[in-house]
Design a protein around this ligand. Sequence first.
Ligand code: AAL
Length: 440
Amino acid sequence: MKIHYQILVLSLVLFCISCNVKESKLEEKQEKEQKDFPFLIPAEKPNRPLSAAVTRGYDTYGTMRPEQNELYTQFKYTKLKGFDYNGGDGTISRRDPSKVIFENGKYYVWYTHRKSPVPVGMANAKEATDVIPSADWDLADIYYATSEDGFTWEEQGVAVPRPPKPQPGWRSVTTTDILKWKGKYYLYFQAFMEASGLRGDFCPVSVAWANSPDGPWTHTGKLVIPNGAEGTWDQYQIHDPYPLIHDGNIYIYYKAGFDKREEFTPSKVLMQGLAIAEDPLGPFTKHPLNPLINSGHETTLFPFKEGVAAIIQRNGHEHNTIQYAKDWVNFEVASHVELLPLAAGPYVPDAFTDTKDGRGITWGISHFIKEGPDKTKNNLSILTRFDCDLSLDLNDPGMKEHYTLYGSELHYKQGLNKTQKQRIKEANDKLLNKSKKVKK
Ligand code: AAL
């Protein structure tokens, strides 16, 4: 009996050893056969040497295919119905929409509204008067509109007008965004106290509150997010205040332009920072790591999973990207996108729910600037609708294309300027003269 038992144990051990040998031989064979990257992309990052590009596919984008990336999208645009622009002569302008919210059975959006003579331009700010604006957003008020479908809008009129001088915003109240907090509504906005262009585009942020999205709004006159101390990145401007709720606090992302150097175009670098408060009226504490986003012209963010995502359009190394910060502070590029909405105000259903499972966005309102008869001048902006699939709840393959062609017209519009043509001519002439000399 004892001998039988020993034989049994021995044969079991031998069996296991042979199994292991077989397994490692199989792996060796597979490894030899699989020297090249497999035709079918492994779902998990394979345990083998990988190039930096393939590693990015797994680590940065989470997938090798953009169409599987929840933070990749195309943007589709639709003209809005319901807004009158006085024939597009530059005397009525609407721009910089807030995010869209759904209340009382309809969508609401707030925006910069200017009704005035055509602006003289920031460069001619000295010619601006009490009735003639410098910039497209000078001498503006905050208006709002409602809609049942997001395509046709009804302008409801002024929400926050310019207060009398010398209150913050007396010159212009612009570029607003909405917060809903404990049953009350708050509009944050840029409060100009001088014509934009006189020294730059200088302003702090002020706030108004109301018990209903239809108002009436009480302008607190407070500078809730003041400019930074002299010599710091946000000393002159706090632009595009964009509130969300996270961890029981109000998170306001904002943009500032700095490092102004005339030898570069654009002369300033634009980056985005964060200010946090427990109460909508402050005090707001700026994040010690500011700036947090190194690119982008306006702020557009939305809760996504446990973190926050940002649409980064125009300006900077990382323009044309969607970025993600799991901790709401450290942003990483999540995708590269094209034809991005300018100054987008998306419909963000979970902006104020303090969610740990942000669902993303599918549409919003943005603007087009320089829409007047003279497209070189920034004196008329129009609101537009954009649609996209940056949502965990939508799977629209039509929004996930990444091989779009835009046709010759759009490319030729980006033509060479006079100086560039001259430079090329001079280089050609030099070459021709040289070759003529050689021939002689
Ligand atoms: C926009 C925004 C701010 C600026 C101006 C109006 O793109 O960044 O709002 O002040 O331009």
